[in-house]
Design a protein around this ligand. Structure first.
Ligand code: ZN
Length: 236
């Protein structure tokens, strides 16, 4: 199926050999969708072959992911998807509770009608994924919602922090979530958008705090589940 190049550029399938950017995005998305789970070994040769690139390129991407805390590099053993400890998990939620209500409050002061529409559109995507019970999409869209809010608030440093926190949260949810807990409760995102649209900073901050508390309370620090991933499928 061919599409006009200009409009389809953002969604067009990438061609092998993949660029570092595409490989990075695929791996990050796989973490967000729980297709790569904590502790998974990332074998350079296998990744290089699957992506059609050199090991050097793979090493560059793994270095970037390690810098962001998503990958752990172990000397003489290789690269692994990070496994945040329960203590790190608590630290992530402490940080998110300090930062995200402030981001939500900030966005209330500057949100445009177009931005609110974008948030509503994103929320409809979440709803559709839920209706189809598409769990990888539900988890990814839930995380992306929080990144989108940070992006709209327009502070690059907070955005970078939120990207990192969201990815780490996905790993934490994989490790410590109770079975069948449905990522972010969709209604709580809708309540947050309502508060942003009403430019009610106090309400938006309260919604965010409650939402983060809710997510943290769904964590079960006793259970662990690690599945084996299909590396080749990431680069189909
Ligand atoms: Zn959420």
């Amino acid at each position: 199926m061919s599409r006009p190049a200009s409009k389809a550029a953002a969604t067009a399938p990438a061609e092998k050999p993949f660029s570092n950017e595409v490989i990075y995005a695929r791996l990050q998305k796989a973490v967000l969708e729980h297709r790569l789970t904590p502790g998974t070994r990332l074998v350079e040769d296998r990744l290089a072959e699957a992506a059609g690139v050199s090991r050097t390129k793979i090493r560059e991407v793994l270095g970037r992911l390690a810098h962001e805390g998503l990958v752990t590099l172990v000397p003489n053993r290789g690269a692994f998807i990070a496994s945040p400890s329960t203590e790190q998990a608590r630290d992530v939620f402490v940080t998110r509770r300090m930062v995200e209500p402030g981001i939500a409050r900030m966005l209330c002061e500057s949100a445009t009608a177009a931005q609110v529409r974008t948030l509503r559109r994103h929320s409809r995507l979440e709803e559709a994924a839920r209706a189809k019970d598409d769990r990888p999409a539900i988890i990814r869209l839930s995380g992306e919602f929080h990144v989108l809010i940070a992006q709209m608030a327009g502070n690059e440093i907070l955005l970078r922090l939120m990207r990192e926190m969201t990815s780490l949260t996905c790993l934490i949810i994989t490790l410590y979530d109770k079975p069948n807990t449905p990522a972010c409760p969709h209604t709580e995102h809708v309540a947050l958008i309502d508060a942003i649209e009403a430019r009610d900073g106090a309400q938006a901050a309260a919604c965010m705090t409650q939402h983060l508390n809710h997510i943290e309370h769904t964590l079960d620090l006793a259970s662990h589940s690690i599945a084996s991933p299909d590396i080749e499928a990431l680069f189909d």
